[in-house]
Design a protein around this ligand. Structure first.
Ligand code: NAD
Ligand code: DAU
Length: 342
């Protein structure tokens, strides 16, 4: 094992793409809490998924730029003023990608291409945020978990565009000597997640007196990690990760969807079977599972949220306390799901 733990690159100014989205906004909060010496620039197009309110409490401590990652002139100016880019910006929802893949190709593929060209021009370090979905899915009884060496086998338009972006990053590292790292993380939960996603959708349904909705039989398994643990891992990779390397991020949090809904119902004080089954997602990946031993052993990283029940209870409380944040998105989101019969 190479000892990279002592190396810590000095980062003075970081460009966070997609910093008004779920994980990006939490990354900004985490950075301001734990890295007071780092100045933060957010670049975000404020699509339906971006929400300036997620940054309201830190607005005066950051520079916010409303713009698109495919805008090469803007990127050139911003990247040239920073010494690190952490690239979260993406179209991120599988169901949307099945309805209209076009923005996924534009943002996830062409947007990442634009970022790569900008960091290449300016010799700036890049950390590319990706997903475990690039590896496809596993059977429920498969003893294997995804590792850095697992072959790519994406299923949905979303995961295919994320896989494409990863491959571009790898090619720019090898062909042009760009200094980049990649992380492939499992399903995140926590504050500021859009109500279209599974956990916030069910929490806000429960608050609204609507029964939670499980796709198909609810047997599909996701490997849940709290968003703060994802972001502490990203900083561990920025600090000590080897350029050109990929790191899996996960916290051993496998749960089937039915179990998650039952736990939420219990936490909300309702009968554990008070949910409905709805039509399944086409091509629905069965199971994701992460082997994060490279991250843990090389970079000494460990998650802080080790009990899913506690993390979920805290997330439920956050949505109860922050209705003004999610309420404006709820009706439109449910109307979209109603059109899909889900
Ligand atoms: P999100 O949809 O909540 O946020 C995406 C953000 O990107 C939004 O603020 C949006 O306005 C912005 N954006 C979209 N297109 C843009 C463009 N062309 N230019 C500038 N900004 C643009 O997504 P998220 O869940 O926070 O995911 C962030 C990243 O993490 C994505 O790359 C995603 O693939 C990856 N990821 C997500 C998860 C998860 O569980 N949510 C897990 C692993 C990896
Ligand atoms: O694995 C990482 C990925 O996790 C990220 O790359 C994606 O950006 C992120 O959206 C997430 O993808 P999923 O498709 O796994 O997440 P989603 O929240 O859409 O769904 C989680 C599971 O819950 C999935 O099996 C589908 C199911 N589901 C979802 C919704 C919205 C339901 O059963 N009911 C629902 O209402």
């Amino acid at each position: 094992m190479r000892d990279c733990r002592r190396r810590r690159v000095t980062i003075l100014r970081v460009l966070v793409t997609g910093g008004a989205g779920f994980i990006g906004a939490n990354f900004v909060h985490w950075t301001l809490r734990h890295r007071p010496g780092v100045s933060v620039v957010v670049l975000d197009a404020l699509t339906y998924a971006g929400n300036r309110a997620s940054l309201a409490s830190v607005e005066t401590g950051i520079e916010f730029v409303h713009g698109d990652i495919t805008d090469t002139v803007l990127l050139d100016r911003l990247v040239g003023s920073c010494d690190l880019v952490v690239h979260f910006a993406a179209e991120s929802h599988n169901d949307n990608s099945l309805h209209d893949p076009s923005p996924f190709v534009t943002t996830n593929v062409l947007g990442t291409f634009a970022i790569l060209e900008a960091v290449r021009r300016h010799g700036v370090r890049l950390h590319h945020i990706s997903t475990d979905e690039v590896y496809g899915d596993l059977e429920l009884d498969d003893p294997e978990r995804f590792r850095e060496s697992t072959p790519y086998n994406p299923s949905s338009p979303y995961s295919a565009t994320k896989a494409s972006s990863d491959l571009l990053v790898r090619a720019w590292v090898r062909s042009f000597g760009v200094t980049a790292t990649i992380s492939n993380c499992s399903n995140n939960y926590g504050p500021y997640q859009h109500v279209e996603k599974f956990i916030p959708r069910q929490i806000t349904n429960l608050i609204d007196g609507i029964r939670p909705k499980l796709y198909g039989k609810g047997e599909n398994v996701r490997d849940w990690i709290h968003v703060d643990d994802h972001n502490s891992a990203v900083w561990a990779i920025v600090d000590g990760g080897r350029p050109g390397e990929t790191y899996m991020i996960g916290a051993d949090g496998e749960q089937d969807n039915k179990g998650v809904v039952e736990l939420l119902l219990e936490l909300a004080g309702q009968p554990r079977d008070a949910y409905d089954h709805v039509s399944d997602r086409p091509g629905h990946d069965m199971r994701y599972a992460i082997d994060a031993s490279k991250l843990r052993s090389e970079l000494d990283w460990a998650p802080t949220y080790t009990t899913f029940r506690d993390g979920l209870a805290a997330t439920l409380a956050w949505y109860r306390d922050n209705e003004a944040w999610w309420r404006p998105q709820k009706d439109l989101t449910e109307r979209k799901y109603a059109e899909l019969g889900r």
